[in-house]
Design a protein. Structure first.
Length: 98
């Protein structure tokens, strides 16, 4: 069983910081309760707090698929699109160093 590990990055539009923080707090609570979630750690950059970095680990591919198909995730992404710069989160997939 290979874990799925990634980070997502996005930049919040100026003036939208409070709403995105609320959305992220709600999403974090849901994701951390998913049975296949290992870690879900949202951060903002210290020197540029409109820039988000979310580190995520799921038990396996199925756990990740369950995560991305959750209704609350679709609601989050739908609203988030209104509040961030660009077309969406930039995802980077990670592998452990062996």
């Amino acid at each position: 069983m290979e874990q799925k590990t990634l980070y997502a990055e996005f930049t919040v539009k100026e003036g939208h910081e409070a709403r995105v923080a609320e959305l992220m707090n709600e999403l974090t609570e849901h994701v951390r309760n998913e049975p296949g979630n290992v870690l879900f750690l949202p951060y903002v950059r210290e020197e540029r707090p409109r820039e988000y970095f979310v580190f995520e680990v799921y038990e396996d591919e199925q756990a990740f698929q369950d995560h991305i198909s959750a209704d609350y995730g679709a609601v989050f992404n739908g609203e988030l699109a209104e509040h961030i710069e660009g077309d969406g989160s930039e995802l980077t997939w990670l592998q452990p160093v062996e």
